[in-house]
Design a protein around this ligand. Structure first.
Ligand code: NAD
Length: 496
């Protein structure tokens, strides 16, 4: 029996086993014999202990000057940089994305940490003249308290960093509940924060499978704000569960993103973008280009070139430098892909490539699925509207620009969109009319940078944004202060 490392929760600065004394394994999706570790199956009591530790740590952390909080975060960014390679390898093992992309994920956490830590010297407020002499008025940003942070598995270090770093620099304390599919990267990230000098209780980590730990965390009465990224289904459940408490909630959820390719597009560029956008991270990005909306005049030529490229993608273990696409994250995700491929066939779409599990050799050890493309997809089909979150792309044929925009906009989601065109007027109309939080011109639907707002509209997001300087709006609220130094009662106009 191979020795498997056992990891603990982090509560009040101590690595603590679960009160259930039960651990769950995390298995490499490219190799089911490779167990990356065993992680605590946390109980409600463990989650409560983590929240209580965060609540106790809050008064002191809130009062630490923001530039000092930022210094600790800069130190964390330096440690992340130093250990980037081993962090990336752990990530590839735990959730399967190819090593290059895992390095990118860690890099995003580094970039976010440096970028947002700088807010420690930039938490500007406002001053404004008063109606009265000898009176100053100002508004300043203040933290809220304990932040509950719930993350998915597909960006195991980037997404926790998008939430934890702004929460910390603004003076909140944190309880992180990561996905059970990616607990090791969460563990690695939190360990580095502690090494950088985050005081005990300021950051806590609890892991677990099933909805119980996350559901208890978000509804705990000592939690002031909830930042969630995951599926729309879970986001909706969280929103309902906290509605009566009036907590602040940020929800970033599913997507059904499209690339529009117009008649005048640079087809080589568009094919490159569609391959990377559709099959990067095995199609398991929230921004994955799972729909191609193709002008009828280039439809056949585009698909011919696209299919040639897709069929040549090298699928395998993400640790192999030759691999271009890794496995699905787990068996249930693989089943979901199989189910949707069957739905696509039943609906009458034309299977152009893939459409089956990969078997034989290394494929028998993991959850590998062939990159799959459907043509002649109708806008009413489920594969054109629902998020599959796997290596499946649906191609739709359109008559003109207006139809392309209309089809792109008719899903319930609104995260990312892209248009390939050389027509500057169409590019600007698309930027204006595509109902998504992010639009790319002559680039695929993926590839966000940390210093711009990131997030979706409609059922993808509830209006907050991650990244960019405005992320601190979610993690702070405004405190208004009036200072009267006249030494007598001065009344505002409304009172006089
Ligand atoms: P998921 O909704 O299954 O799980 C997300 C997290 O919620 C996990 O940590 C899970 O344990 C936890 N959870 C589950 N039930 C809960 C409950 N009742 N209360 C509280 N927490 C609960 O999503 P996933 O499979 O991990 O991630 C894939 C989804 O995430 C896709 O839909 C993808 O589009 C979306 N996603 C969105 C973005 C974005 O920024 N919009 C980014 C990445 C992923």
């Amino acid at each position: 029996m191979i020795n498997v490392t056992r990891y603990n929760n982090l509560i009040d600065g101590k690595w603590t086993g679960p009160s259930s004394e039960t651990f769950f394994p995390n298995v490499n999706p490219a190799d089911s014999l490779d167990v990356t570790g065993e992680f605590p199956e946390s109980t409600i009591e463990d989650v409560s202990a983590a929240v209580e530790a965060a609540a106790r740590a809050y008064p002191k952390w809130r009062l630490m000057p923001a530039p000092k909080r930022a210094e600790i975060l800069y130190h964390a960014a330096a440690l992340l940089t130093e250990r980037k390679e081993s962090l990336a390898r752990d990530m590839t093992r735990e959730m399967g994305k190819v090593l290059k992309e895992a390095r990118g994920d860690v890099q995003e956490a580094i970039d976010m940490t440096y970028f947002i830590a700088a807010e420690g010297r930039r938490l500007h407020g406002h001053t404004t003249p008063s109606e009265m002499q000898d009176k100053y008025m100002m508004s300043m940003r203040v933290p809220l308290g304990v932040a509950a942070i719930i993350t998915p598995w597909n960006f195991p270090m980037a997404i926790p960093s998008w939430k934890i770093i702004p929460a910390l620099v603004t003076g909140n304390t944190v309880v992180l509940k990561p996905s059970p599919e990616a607990p090791l990267s969460a563990h690695n990230f939190v360990r580095i924060l502690m090494e950088a000098g985050i005081p005990p209780g300021v950051v806590n980590l609890v892991t677990g499978t099933g909805p119980v730990p996350g559901a208890h965390l978000v509804t705990h009465s000592d939690v002031s704000l909830v930042s969630f990224t995951g599926s729309t289904e879970t986001g909706r459940a969280i929103n309902l569960s906290v509605a009566s408490s009036l907590k602040r909630v940020s929800l970033e959820m599913g997507g059904k993103n499209a690339i529009l390719v117009m008649q005048d597009a640079d087809l080589d560029l568009a094919v490159d973008g569609a391959v990377w956008g559709g099959f990067g991270t095995t199609g398991q990005r929230c921004t994955a280009a799972s729909r191609l909306i193709l002008h009828q005049s280039i439809y056949d030529e585009f698909l011919a070139r696209f299919i040639t490229r897709v069929e040549s993608l090298r699928v395998g273990n993400g640790l192999d430098p030759e691999t271009e696409m890794g496995p699905c994250v787990n068996e249930s995700q693989l089943y979901k892909v199989e189910k949707y491929v069957q739905i696509g066939k039943d609906e009458g779409a034309r299977l152009l490539c893939g459409g089956h599990r990969l078997t034989g050799g290394i494929y028998d050890k993991g959850y590998f699925y062939a990159p799959t493309v459907f043509g002649e997809v109708d806008r009413k089909m489920r594969i054109a509207k629902e998020e599959i979150f796997g290596p499946v792309v649906a191609a739709l044929r359109v008559r003109d620009f207006d139809e392309a925009i209309a089809i792109c906009n008719e899903t319930n989601y609104g995260l990312s969109s892209a248009i390939y065109t050389r027509n500057v007027n169409d590019a600007f109309r698309a930027m204006r009319d595509l109902v998504t939080g992010i639009t790319y011109v002559n680039a695929p639907t993926i590839g966000a940078e940390v210093h711009l707002p990131f997030g979706g509209v409609k059922q993808t997001g509830n209006g907050h944004r991650e990244g960019g300087p405005t992320v601190i709006d979610f993690f702070t609220e405004w405190k208004t202060v009036y200072v009267d130094f006249s030494g007598r009662l001065q009344k505002a106009q409304i009172d006089s």
